[in-house]
Ligand binder design. Sequence first.
Ligand code: ACO
Length: 378
Amino acid sequence: MTVCEYRPGLEDIPAAQSSISHVDGQKGILEYRGIRIEELAEKSTFLETAFLLIWGYLPNRHELAAFQSEVLNSRRIKYRIRDMMKCFPESGHPMDALQASAAALGLFYSRRDLHNPIYIRDSVVRLMATIPTMVAAFQLMRKGDDPVKPRDDLGYSANFLYMLNEKEPDPLAARIFDVCLILHVEHSMNASTFSARVTASTLTDPYAVVASAVGTLAGPLHGGANEEVIEMLEKIGSVENVRPFVEDALHRKAKIMGFGHRVYKVKDPRATILQNLAVQLFDKFGYDKYYEIAVELERVMAEKVGNKGIYPNVDFYSGLVYRKMGIPTDLFTPIFAIARVAGWLAHWKEQLAENRIFRPTQVYNGEHGVAYTPINQR
Ligand code: ACO
């Protein structure tokens, strides 16, 4: 075996063989199971896309209806999970609440039967169905309200928005939200997916797999960037302030949130779709001054660092969409997780099919043969 050089961040080192999604970062192409993201965003639904990713093919009418009804009928969470969530501090971040709740689910479903397709299917359905309910429940409980029960007549995305805002969403907003979930569901070997696969490779349960991936997604260099984009746009405050803001940040070598990607060296195709969705929302529900600031920021960044391949990523416009829907900023990353759980589960299933526990190596650069110093001599 050839010994590879150490590459910080494992850049360009394959960690798995996968047929789930493909990213061409030079051409700005993203495909799920070979289908272009633009086509799925236009024609598919989140649950159909999740089925495609997890089971590897587009479901027929009967299969899709069965999957939808299983998910829709599994959305309620146990009283004891709700009671546990009530004890969480209301000042805590919803991603931490979600990570703890996802892990707690494993306490209730501790049987582990990883070779049984029914166990796999039940776990997929349970996690996909209950994670939105847990996100919405924590949001209401931290305000001192009781969680809202899921509504059986509403689809996946419409029901989530209903549970969050206690009112039925506008159909355009519900469809746009569903498309946002399609855009966030999967993205090859990113940090949280890698984390999910490493955890899966130990043959632990899928709740631990999802909990570890949620913890990884939470960081500001990954899913957490969408929250920081909104905070940054608010701080910039006006179109005139964009250029001095960018110049100052680049001078300090500070990262501008929502820009740059390990793989994309052109504009992320999901950012282009999200920008169009944002415009549709503004056309129907009114203009947002932060959109103009964002467009100017994109323009100035292209001028200053476009030659380095730094363009908007998925997180740049998603916050503007969620903000227009009245969603609090600290729920943006949990919403990312609601979508991405299906991608993580697709990788969990793929990892199990040809599992070998992850056990990379390291380049040791410490000392050898060091004498032990007794405590009274240190
Ligand atoms: N703003 C300014 N400069 C940037 C940015 C940015 N957002 N991103 C990269 N650069 C510059 C770096 O300063 C560096 O410049 P240098 O070569 O002159 O030193 C060069 O581009 C390479 O940057 P790295 O950080 O080494 O690139 P890496 O591939 O490790 O990081 C990452 C990718 C983490 C996404 C980075 O671009 C970043 O921190 N972006 C901001 C956070 C963000 O938006 N994260 C969301 C990513 S999408 C997702 O996870 C869902």
